[in-house]
Write a protein that binds this ligand. Structure first.
Ligand code: SF4
Length: 333
């Protein structure tokens, strides 16, 4: 059963400097459907719009980010809403208890001049009323359940390693057992070994709390490790989406093939080929398929029309004229 439905979402950065209007189409016509208990990955190179998509799913919309079109419906059974229609007070009420967020940098959540204990206390106190010792007990229990030492509560953020800070941020984001956790590059700034621990922690939380996790990262290895399904984003659009095993075994879009082909493989010393060139600026996208200037299979049609994201197999959708030969650029599946 789907908990989150995104329909034709368009989130643009619209600004005007000296009378010149600039529009960056960060999310440009995205459709998504996420099911209960699912770990859903969003992959793509830097600047493809994936972090803006996460912010929009959280309802974190501040100018110049503007919602031009679309709907984001959450259905939690006891609560159903389009997050784009909530007022700031309603948004505050659902944030952290229903939908929480793990940012790339723990320092954007942890106050550098407050001990971790005080951050937990003010965070929890803002959401629920607790008896005197109940709050401290809850925090310690949660940290212990996640395998984190309770001594971190006495520390200031700068006294912790980057990996431990990110674990504390994850503990904070999960303490109210939210139904959805949105994670934006949660392990990018960490070294590989620490990354593995952070991803394992996320996986443990999901198994225990049965929440939906939507994780954004450019690292396909992390997606392979944790995700049930993956969407590949390019130039503000989802260009392929499938179950993780399916997309790794049977990628259909040329861009996805490059992303997967560039991953190192144990024992394989052959040269890894990544996509030629670089992504187009989101403020000046090429006509037709946005990938066409980099695509080795480009056809005349690709330069004029954008391929629709269509179902090719069960749960496998792709936007490419090579695969969807009959696509008349009309209806979306
Ligand atoms: Fe390449 Fe055309 Fe497919 Fe775009 S639609 S990925 S340009 S073949």
């Amino acid at each position: 059963m789907s908990v989150l439905k995104v329909k034709d979402l368009k989130s643009y950065y619209i600004s005007e400097v000296f009378g010149i209007k600039r529009t960056v189409r960060a999310v440009d016509g995205v459709y998504m459907e996420i099911n209960r208990d699912e770990v859903f990955g969003i992959a793509g190179e830097s600047g493809c719009g994936k972090s803006t998509l996460i912010k929009t799913l959280l309802g974190m919309i501040k100018p110049p980010l503007t919602i031009v079109d679309g709907e984001i419906y959450y259905d939690f059974g006891d609560k159903k809403f389009n997050i784009l229609s909530l007022n700031p007070d309603e948004s505050r009420k659902i944030r952290w208890e229903y939908i929480s967020y793990i940012p790339q940098s723990s320092m954007s959540v942890l106050n550098p001049v407050r001990r971790i204990r005080d951050t937990f206390k003010s965070f929890l106190g803002a959401h629920k009323k607790f008896e005197k010792d109940e709050l401290e007990g809850l925090v310690k229990e949660h940290l212990s359940a996640l395998g984190l030492p309770t001594e971190v509560l006495n520390a200031y953020p700068h006294q912790l390693s980057g990996g431990m800070r990110q674990r504390v941020t994850i503990a904070l984001a999960s303490i109210l057992k939210p139904k959805v956790i949105l994670a934006d590059e949660p392990s990018t700034a960490l070294d590989v070994v620490v990354q593995r621990g952070v991803i394992q922690l996320l996986r443990n939380i999901q198994e225990e709390q049965k929440n939906i996790i939507i994780i954004v990262t450019h690292d396909m290895g992390i997606h392979a490790n944790i995700c049930d399904r993956i969407a590949i984003m390019y130039a503000g659009k989802i260009i392929e989406e499938a179950r993780t095993d399916e997309i790794f075994k049977h990628p259909l879009h040329p861009y996805t093939t490059y992303l997967i082909g560039s991953l190192p493989k144990i024992g394989d010393k052959s040269y890894r080929v990544s996509a030629p060139g670089s992504p187009p600026p989101l403020s000046n996208l090429p006509n037709g398929c946005s990938f066409h200037p980099r695509c080795p299979y480009v056809m005349e049609k690709c330069k004029k029309e954008f391929p629709s994201l269509l179902n090719v197999e069960d749960e496998h959708r792709v936007a490419c004229f090579l695969v969807n030969k009959e696509d008349d650029n009309g209806a979306r599946d």
